[in-house]
Design a protein around this ligand. Structure first.
Ligand code: ACO
Length: 323
């Protein structure tokens, strides 16, 4: 069978790091409150004029270098973002041209915090169907641009960044021992669309707007909802939580991550957490966490890795892969 094999990964964080202490001087909050409720200690913020495609290009270059692959080999770029440079064209085509690629296809996927999981599932479907052989999957966001910096209930939670994986078509036996993506599961339920949204848009207000969230509602659903897509992944592959080497969830909040791992009986030692350093970078959080765990030597070839995310929509999904 055709498998989508991970050839490399990379990430990029803007140079400016905003600490909880600095935030405490901007809104009525404290390091103690933020750390206790979310686990976040700092987040990176894009410089003036630094846009999502800038972050994406840096992450893509790092991933290509790590894969030992020339940009010209890439035939498909799938970029997950909720903060594109423009309403259109897709930020992916800017990345494509900045990488000097003038062939193949590039497009954006929009599923907010679940964007990277959606992009991975799309890339896997493209590769397995023969539409793509070498695919760059990117998650890149500049959430700092859509935050209401006077709203302490949301502005403390998010950060900017980008991460990327290079996938290539390869052969597998069709068993769980194969290298590459083993199974993907996506869900959404638009009845919850008003619990986490940006209050504006090209068709409704012709403005960009700000992120609005019912924090408690999101928290409640986050832990409840993701379980099904993870159990679907286990069922589809005949695996269990014990078989996992690493659980790399979307990095929204340490309490959500801990509660999810506990509910799924995943050993806390197998959970990769970067939210303390990055905040919630939406679609960028998973590839940023993957790259962190690969570079520090935790994720190694042959490891069974579960990616999982939940976000606005609500949308949620899982990707089970062998590194
Ligand atoms: N600093 C200090 N106090 C604050 C802050 C802040 N930054 N924000 C809110 N408070 C206050 C509130 O005003 C409230 O005060 P009150 O009791 O006097 O009214 C009090 O703290 C408690 O507020 P709650 O909203 O009830 O606090 P809660 O314990 O629910 O924590 C939080 C809020 C952290 C947002 C939590 O609900 C949460 O983690 N939700 C999930 C949100 C999330 O992660 N979203 C990410 C996007 S979705 C995704 O990626 C999955």
């Amino acid at each position: 069978v055709i498998r989508s094999i991970v050839r490399g990964c990379g990430s990029y964080l803007p140079g400016r790091c905003l600490t909880n202490e600095e935030l405490s001087a901007m809104v009525d909050t404290s390091d103690e409150w933020i750390v206790q409720r979310t686990g976040i200690k700092q987040r990176h913020i894009a410089a003036d004029g630094e846009v999502t495609s800038d972050l994406a290009v840096e992450a893509a270059k790092a991933a290509l270098l790590n894969a030992g692959m020339d940009a010209q080999e890439i035939d498909t770029i799938i970029l997950a973002t909720a903060t594109p440079d423009n309403t259109f064209p897709a930020t992916a085509v800017t990345v494509q041209s900045r990488l000097g690629i003038y062939h193949g296809a590039a497009f954006d996927v929009h599923a907010v915090c679940s964007g990277f999981v959606y992009a991975m599932a799309t890339a896997d479907a493209y590769i397995r169907s023969g539409l793509s052989r070498k695919c760059l999957v990117i998650g890149a966001e500049t959430f700092s641009r859509i935050l209401d910096w006077n709203d302490r209930t949301t502005c403390v939670l998010f950060g900017d960044g980008a991460g990327a994986l290079v996938l290539e078509a390869g052969e597998g036996e069709g068993t769980v021992a194969d290298t590459g993506i083993l199974t993907t599961h996506l869900r959404s339920d638009g009845r919850h669309k008003d619990k986490l949204f940006v209050d504006g848009g090209p068709s409704s207000t012709q403005t960009v707007g700000h992120l609005r969230m019912e924090g408690r509602e999101v928290f409640k659903h986050a832990v409840g909802m993701i379980t099904d897509v993870i159990e679907d992944a286990f069922t589809a592959t005949g695996t269990t939580a014990e078989d996992l080497d690493w659980f790399i969830p979307h990095q929204a909040n340490k309490r959500i991550i801990d509660a999810s791992a506990k509910k799924l009986s995943i050993d806390p030692a197998k959970v990769v957490t970067t939210v303390q350093w990055h905040g919630n970078t939406s679609a960028a959080s998973i590839p940023l966490a993957v790259d962190t765990a690969v570079r520090d030597g935790r994720v190694k070839p042959g490891d069974l890795v579960m990616l999982e995310a939940m976000g606005g929509g609500f949308t949620w999904g899982s990707v089970l892969l062998r590194w």
